[in-house]
Design a protein around this ligand. Structure first.
Ligand code: SF4
Length: 261
């Protein structure tokens, strides 16, 4: 866990590993597959399975990233967590308290807390940050279908984060009309990758980007996914996760970031 290959961040940090599938977006969970292969956790993924805290050395890494950012004057972004969920109620509260301390010690890092459990976020954030949420915390909700948009969109907007964002990856259907008051500051869009990837129609991504940009959100098209389609037909691209921008429709070639301090 260190410099990230994910296009919308600089570093990835996992304070612990392990989780339970709770969304259609979890069906092909990359972290669970990696855990099965590498045996990071003692009992694997799922409810009642203990989460595993990562090493003290790993927990010190963000201090180094912060020190470097302080020297260069260039803020850095940290995606937390790719192998767990920060707001998982089966992860000990004490670990979240430690994470909060780390965030407060690293003001040059913008912490991107992306969750599929946005319903837990406000309660847990209040316990993590009793003096208020610091400006270097961004809160994101994964939104893969319209049901999640209508259920979780309002919960995200009820969080006090300076930057609120969606990860619409894997985008599994056209999200349709979006109430204006649910549009966050930033929207990441992507099709699913991997051998069991589900298709994404490029029209779903086009309409989502259009709706968000006309409402003033910044948008970041990450990838078409392994099985892009157009009007029900396969969309031609080279092998892989569809991250070669030149192969995308022109309307999707946009990678914006939200404004930061
Ligand atoms: S929330 Fe994330 S880490 Fe947890 S099961 Fe779902 S995809 Fe995997």
């Amino acid at each position: 866990m260190a410099e990230s290959t994910i296009e919308w961040t600089d570093f990835t940090f996992n304070g612990w590993i392990g989780c339970t599938r709770i969304s259609p977006g979890c069906d092909n969970c990359y972290a669970a597959a990696q855990d099965k292969f590498r045996g990071w956790t003692a009992e694997g993924w799922g409810s009642g399975k203990p989460r595993r805290r990562t090493s003290e050395g790993n927990w010190r890494q963000p201090l180094r990233w912060n020190a470097k950012a302080a020297v260069t004057g260039m803020r850095a972004r940290v995606f937390c967590s790719s192998l767990a969920d920060v707001f998982d109620n089966e992860a000990p509260d004490a670990w979240r308290t430690d994470l909060a301390q780390l965030i407060l010690l690293t003001p040059m890092l913008d912490w991107q807390l992306l969750t599929k459990r946005i319903g837990n976020a406000n309660r847990m954030l209040e316990a993590m940050f009793p003096c208020g949420l610091p400006d270097n915390v961004w809160i994101g909700a994964t939104i893969v279908n319209r049901e999640e948009l209508l259920r979780d969109g309002p919960k995200l907007m009820a969080t006090p984060a300076r930057v609120r964002f969606w990860s619409a990856e894997p985008l599994l259907e056209d999200l349709g009309e979006i109430p204006r008051d649910l549009i966050p500051d930033w929207v990441i869009v992507g099709g699913e990758s991997g051998p069991r990837a589900r298709p994404m129609d490029v029209a779903w991504a086009e309409s989502l980007l259009r709706r968000c940009t006309t409402s003033g959100a910044k948008v970041f098209m990450k990838q078409l996914g392994a099985k892009p389609q157009k009007s029900g037909e396969g969309y031609e691209k080279s092998r892989g996760k569809g991250a070669v921008m030149i192969e995308w429709p022109r309307s999707l070639r946009v990678r914006q970031m939200p404004a930061t301090a």
